[in-house]
Every structure is written in structure tokens, then in C-alpha cells.
Design a protein around this ligand. Structure first.
Ligand SMILES: Nc1ncnc2c1ncn2[C@@H]1O[C@H](COP(=O)(O)OP(=O)(O)OP(=O)(O)O)[C@@H](O)[C@H]1O
Length: 264
């Protein structure tokens, strides 16, 4: 296989059952997924279908009951994500990966300034020069359309939409090879969502990002993702090119999902 045709992420037979689950049901069952460089893939499905559990298993945050997640790192080594030590997982998470939380406060440090939130990830990669850190933070604030004069403000003083922009800047400043996003636009006002989506589309295209985005909103998948996976009751029931999945859904559940929303 050549470099360009090799996936960055390979998920096989991934299944997870929460020990506290009252019945035998798996939150995720037998999920397979390949994610290629430069590709944005959406995972869609109704609430409780297993999207977040799948994403958290991929991120290494939940140890799956069965199955494996392999990631090809910058040195071309295939890593078994769940065989890594906690420390190795943390290093991966702050160097090669990004994770954008649904609730921006969970992905930010609220007790330090906006600029420090961005600079911290760069410091984690060894940058120590104050002037360069500040310049990068300013550049990224501008890039996500935040007022750079607020660089020393606490994110506590920011609105929900501004915090989400800051969280995105904090994640992207180190140019991660893989970004995982969990419902990044839900919980925001519709107009704020639309601007954020527009920004995310620009960034994914310009940076040629490889991203996996969980969303219950088919409009988000339509706008951002080349490929879409549809989940129901923990299983991937359909996957394919986003336009094909949304315009010509094959599975009855996808047909129901698509028919229940007015697409943009
Ligand atoms: N910590 C947990 N302990 C026990 N069961 C859980 C836990 N987290 C999720 N579940 C269950 O696993 C299933 C999948 O949940 P999950 O959050 O992955 O779905 P989702 O598609 O992301 O939904 P939502 O969009 O509402 O977050 C659901 O039945 C849920 O109740």
C-alpha cells in the first residue's frame, strides 16, 4: 500500500457494553471504520444510538469490551490505542490528536486566559518562547474570528459560541493529524451554529484536516463530511459518501432520519 492509500485510523469489531447496563445491550456493537488522511467523516444517529461511546472508545477514553483501534502515527508506526499506557495515550492526545468537546468548558481551562489556553498546547510540544507563543495565540484567535484584544481575558467571560471557537483554536494550533469532535455545534443558538459551521468548513478544507465528527444534525454532516456513518442501537446500519447517504438512503432507518428533517 502507498502512503496516500493507507488509513490514519483503523477500527475493527469495536464493541462496548457498559458494566452498569441493566440489560445485555451493547452501546456499540461491531463497529468497523477506516479514516483516511484529509478526510472528514460524520457519525450520525439519534440520541442514545452509541455515537459518543464509539468516539470515546476511539479516543482511548473508554476501553472497549471487544475490538481494536489502531492509529498510524507521524513516524508511520501502527499503534494499538488501547494497548498504550495512560501516559502514552496522553502524549498522543496532546500532540497528534485533538478532541473538541460538546461543552467547550470541558475542553478549556477556565482559570487561565484565552491566550494561555491556546499557548498551552504549543508548550506541550516544547515551545517556550513567550513572544512566539503570544503571536501564535493572537493569530489563532483571529483565525477563529475572536477579538484579539481579549487575549488576556478568561474564557469565563466569553459567550458559549466564543468558547467553542477558542476550544477549536486550542485544538488546531498544533496542527493535529486527527481531530475528534463530539457534537461541536449543539447547545448553541442557531445563528451562532451557522457561523461556527462555516468557520469549521473553512478550517477543515484549508488545513486538509482528518476529522471524525459526531452529530445528531444531518445538516452538519452534509456541510462538513465527505463520508457519513449512520448508527442505530449501537450498530452502524449504513455508511457511504455523505451525498449518497443523505440523497439516496438505502437503510429504512436512514430513510426515516432523512425524511424527518428539512435539509439545507
Ligand atoms: N456511562 C454510561 N453508563 C451506562 N450506560 C451508558 C453510559 N453512557 C452511555 N450509556 C448508554 O449507552 C448507549 C449509547 O449512548 P451514547 O451516549 O453513546 O449515545 P449517543 O448516540 O452519543 O447519544 P447522545 O447524542 O444523546 O449523547 C445509551 O443507551 C446510553 O444510555
Amino acid at each position: 500500500m502507498t502512503e496516500t492509500t493507507q488509513p490514519l485510523l483503523r477500527v475493527r469489531g469495536l464493541s462496548h457494553r457498559f458494566p452498569s447496563a441493566r440489560d445485555e445491550r451493547y452501546a456499540v456493537q461491531d463497529a468497523d471504520l477506516d479514516l483516511f488522511p484529509g478526510e472528514v467523516v460524520a457519525i450520525v444517529g439519534e440520541s442514545g444510538s452509541g455515537k459518543s461511546t464509539l468516539l470515546n472508545c476511539i479516543a482511548g477514553r473508554i476501553a472497549p469490551t471487544r475490538g481494536a483501534v489502531h492509529y498510524r502515527d507521524a513516524d508511520e508506526r501502527w499503534l494499538d490505542v488501547h494497548a498504550l499506557t495512560e501516559r502514552q495515550q496522553r502524549v498522543l492526545a496532546r500532540t497528534e490528536w485533538g478532541f473538541v468537546e460538546q461543552n467547550a468548558s470541558d475542553g478549556l481551562r477556565l482559570d487561565v486566559s484565552a491566550g494561555a489556553n491556546i499557548g498551552e498546547r504549543l508548550m506541550g510540544q516544547g515551545e517556550r518562547h513567550y513572544g512566539r507563543l503570544r503571536a501564535s495565540a493572537e493569530r489563532w484567535m483571529a483565525r477563529v474570528e475572536l477579538d484579539t484584544s481579549r487575549i488576556d481575558d478568561s474564557p469565563r467571560a466569553f459567550s458559549g459560541g466564543m468558547r467553542q471557537r477558542l476550544q477549536i483554536a486550542r485544538n488546531l494550533v498544533t496542527r493535529p493529524r486527527l481531530v475528534l469532535l463530539d457534537e461541536p455545534t449543539s447547545g448553541l443558538d442557531v445563528s451562532v451554529q451557522a457561523r461556527l459551521l462555516d468557520l469549521m468548513r473553512q478550517l477543515t478544507t484549508r488545513m486538509n484536516l482528518c476529522a471524525l465528527i459526531v452529530t445528531h444534525d444531518l445538516g452538519v454532516a452534509r456541510l462538513l463530511a465527505q463520508r457519513t456513518l449512520v448508527m442505530r442501537h449501537g450498530r452502524v446500519v449504513e455508511q457511504g459518501l455523505t451525498d449518497r447517504v443523505l440523497d439516496d438512503p438505502q437503510h429504512p432507518y436512514t430513510q426515516l432520519l432523512v425524511s424527518s428533517v428539512v435539509m439545507p
